[in-house]
Ligand binder design. Structure first.
Ligand SMILES: NC(=O)c1ccc[n+]([C@@H]2O[C@H](COP(=O)([O-])OP(=O)(O)OC[C@H]3O[C@@H](n4cnc5c(N)ncnc54)[C@H](O)[C@@H]3O)[C@@H](O)[C@H]2O)c1
Length: 339
């Protein structure tokens, strides 16, 4: 098996284009990288072999037309049509047409390219399409990485992928220092200092297309449930909690602001109250986690030792098959893959 990590990206939006820029930038630098080496692999070991979308304004265009000033090795790749199995997202129906291929055409295209990973970076709310992509990856014999909130990584799918020597990683990417990771870190620190949380909320406001798509009530509720459950694991006692995207504000662009409020109790029930906000950039915030998880997964599939797959998903996703405390999953991940 080649040491290169070959990727097929579905969804050429904010995260995919940032990833393309990152792979170019990190050819000659490590500044801003969380882990320059994972499993002995650097960012120079990534190759993008194919890109897919269903937005007719992107399909047929080259990466260099979509990523401004792109000089990457992948600039000449042409966006191919992906699978569309949901209602067309509003940003596409408003701006133009969708262009898609059939499931069989997509599987055949994947079989020709034979990437190591199909990386699912499509819009929020496209649950059926995401499930079809997972199925297509399994059928084509490549691993699947699901950044979206669709439920694809289960005990059953994990077994199905592993029986073919591949992996499924998911679900719902947890950004490096985004609203959820930071919230979990704060609760973990409180608990480690004996301060017990009673009530908390995290209200996220963002300005990019994905936030806009998340505002659809069903998607928003689904993501709110995932975030709330992901955060709950850090507290030794149950607490009253609400966490989720509350507003789309176009003026924020690709940034996101998380507003936190927490009420906890210490000695003699004395109150500890916290009120703060965190502002980050969405697409860059996801990329360190993506390149870490994919390199670790490449190592696992090369060695055919799937015992560490739970660690990768717990490290990289908000809704993994097996949840771990944030401190524990970072330590286990680094112990397993950075030495
Ligand atoms: N830090 C982060 O940015 C972060 C964190 C957690 C999860 N995610 C998830 O990652 C995904 C990508 O985020 P983004 O900001 O790049 O979104 P985006 O809206 O900028 O891009 C999504 C792209 O997917 C395309 N698309 C929609 N349906 C498709 C289909 N069926 N097949 C192929 N392409 C399709 C759209 O046309 C668009 O180009 C989202 O689901 C998001 O929730 C991102």
């Amino acid at each position: 098996m080649s040491n290169k990590i070959s990727l097929a990206l579905v969804g050429v939006g904010n995260v995919s284009t940032t990833l393309v820029k990152g792979l170019e930038f990190y050819k000659n630098s490590t500044e801003g990288l969380w882990h320059p080496k994972i499993g002995g692999l650097t960012l120079n070991d990534f190759v993008i072999s194919a890109v897919y979308d269903i937005d007719a304004s992107k399909v047929g265009k080259s990466i260099s037309n979509i990523v401004k000033n792109s000089k990457s090795d992948f600039s000449n790749l042409t966006v191919q049509p992906g699978i569309l199995d949901d209602v067309v997202p509003p940003h596409i129906s408003q701006n133009g047409q969708a262009k898609s291929s059939s499931y069989d055409e997509f599987v055949n295209s994947l079989k020709k390219i034979k990437p190591d990973f199909l990386v699912n970076l499509i819009s929020s709310g496209m649950e059926k399409s995401s499930e079809k992509y997972a199925k297509a990856a399994l059928e084509a014999g490549c691993s699947f990485f699901n950044a979206t909130a669709a439920k694809t990584a289960t005990d059953k799918t994990r077994k199905d992928f592993e029986s073919k020597g591949t992996m499924i990683l998911g679900d719902d990417l947890m950004s490096q220092f985004g609203g959820t990771a930071f919230h979990r870190g704060m609760i973990d620190f409180m608990a480690s200092r004996g301060i017990l949380l009673r009530k908390a909320y995290q209200l996220d406001v963002g300005g990019n297309q994905d936030t806009q798509n998340t505002m659809a009530e069903e998607t928003r509720e689904r993501k709110r449930q995932i975030k709330t459950e992901s955060i709950a694991i850090e507290s030794p006692i149950p607490f009253m909690s609400t966490a989720g995207t509350t507003e789309y504000a176009e003026q924020l662009g690709d940034s996101r602001v998380s507003y936190y409020w927490m009420e906890a109790r210490g000695f003699l029930g004395s109150p500890v109250e916290l009120d703060l906000s965190l502002r980050t950039n969405d697409s860059t915030n996801g990329c360190n986690v993506i390149v870490d998880a994919l390199r670790a997964a490449k190592k696992v599939t090369t060695n055919k030792d799937f015992t560490k797959s739970d660690i990768i998903s717990a490290y990289a996703f908000k809704n993994p098959p097996k949840k771990m405390h944030i401190r524990e999953c970072i330590k286990s991940f680094e112990d397993a893959f950075t030495n």
